[in-house]
Design a protein around this ligand. Structure first.
Ligand code: PBG
Length: 325
């Protein structure tokens, strides 16, 4: 196609939330789609309930608060496609919308942004650590109990800048954030400690993006699919299948991470780790399972379900009483 023909094509409209993180993620994907198609991509800003509500996420029922307005705009034909943080996406996929691409995931870890460059192990007794996530609270408190740390988790919410602001102002000693989010907005230099996934398992899908468009737009589904990363998709599908099978939402105290390891005779295997706990960290169910690297959606789903069955047998359901839904 000639330059002239390309520029006369209608711009693709990318629906995005207004937050700095969402704009950075959408800007990235917009550029990739421009390169792929030669078509202009226009960002269309959409406000979601999760952006305007002052309530705690656990109270407004975390599942879907950031995505509903974007999905409504897709279904109404107001935008052509949308970019979500995969960890904010409910596990139930509406039939009218396709998860056209899950690009390669970046760092899935949680990190600490603490005063004076402090790490988790060096936080003084009584240190106040901000996080609104029951998953982070449960695992931090469990780690603190077993390592003799005397920290206090404090529920907070707000965008990344707001959360870092609590440390700047001295109100809190530290906050917990996702490495990927800080990377995407260019603030990874704020990190004072990368938390090992052995200490805090990330949220299912953390660090990955989801690109969604109407399932009926087969041409666009096929175009966007070129941005898909098969390994990331298999991993996050297993993680989200675990979450769904535990009947938990994105504000539940559930962590999960799938990765690929060399197994016997160097045949690669997928390991899926999962954790559920009470927010005070007094009880945790933490298990992992390993299987062949999934080559289909159904195989990845099966891996997640298998781990869920094992976790439920160890009492996982009883630890999720505090979930919002
Ligand atoms: N719940 C908000 C949210 N959704 C996605 C990210 C970070 C980016 C990602 O995990 O992909 C964040 C911020 C955070 O948890 O620090």
């Amino acid at each position: 196609m000639t330059e002239r023909a390309q520029s006369t094509q209608r711009a693709l409209r990318l629906g995005t939330r207004r937050s700095k993180l969402a704009m950075a993620q959408s800007g990235h994907v917009a550029e990739a789609v421009r390169q792929l198609t030669g078509r202009p991509v226009e960002l269309v800003e959409i406000t979601t309930y999760g952006d305007t509500s002052r309530e705690h996420l656990a109270q407004i029922g975390g599942t879907g608060v950031f995505v509903t307005a974007l999905r409504d705009a897709l279904l109404a034909g107001e935008v052509d496609f949308a970019v979500h943080s995969l960890k904010d996406l409910p596990t139930a996929q509406p039939a009218e919308l396709a998860l056209a691409a899950i690009p390669r995931r970046e760092d899935p870890r949680d990190v600490l942004v603490a005063r004076d460059g402090l790490t988790l192990d060096r936080l003084p007794a009584g240190a106040r650590v901000g996080t609104g996530s029951p998953r982070r609270m449960a695992q931090l408190n469990a780690y603190a109990r077993s390592h003799g740390l005397r920290i206090e988790t404090v529920p907070i919410r707000g965008n990344v800048d707001t959360r870092i602001g609590y440390v700047r102002s001295g109100e809190l000693d530290a906050v917990v954030l996702a490495a990927a989010g800080l990377n995407r907005i260019g603030r990874s230099d704020e990190v004072t400690d990368f938390l090992s996934v052995d200490t805090v398992l990330p949220a299912p899908g953390q660090g990955a993006l989801a690109i969604e468009c109407p399932a009926a737009d087969a041409a666009l589904v096929a175009t966007l699919a070129q941005l898909d990363d098969a390994h990331t998709r298999a991993a996050v599908t297993a993680e989200r299948s675990l979450l769904a099978a535990l009947e938990a939402g994105c504000s539940a105290p559930v962590g999960a991470l799938a990765d690929v390891l060399p197994g016997e005779r160097d045949v690669h295997e997928m390991r899926l780790r999962g954790v559920v706990g009470t927010t005070d960290g007094s009880s945790l169910v933490q298990l992992s399972t390993t299987g062949p690297v999934p080559t289909s959606h159904d195989d990845a789903v099966a891996l997640g379900r298998e781990l869920a069955v094992e976790m439920l047998a160890k009492g996982a359901a009883g630890l999720m009483g505090e979930r919002a839904l």
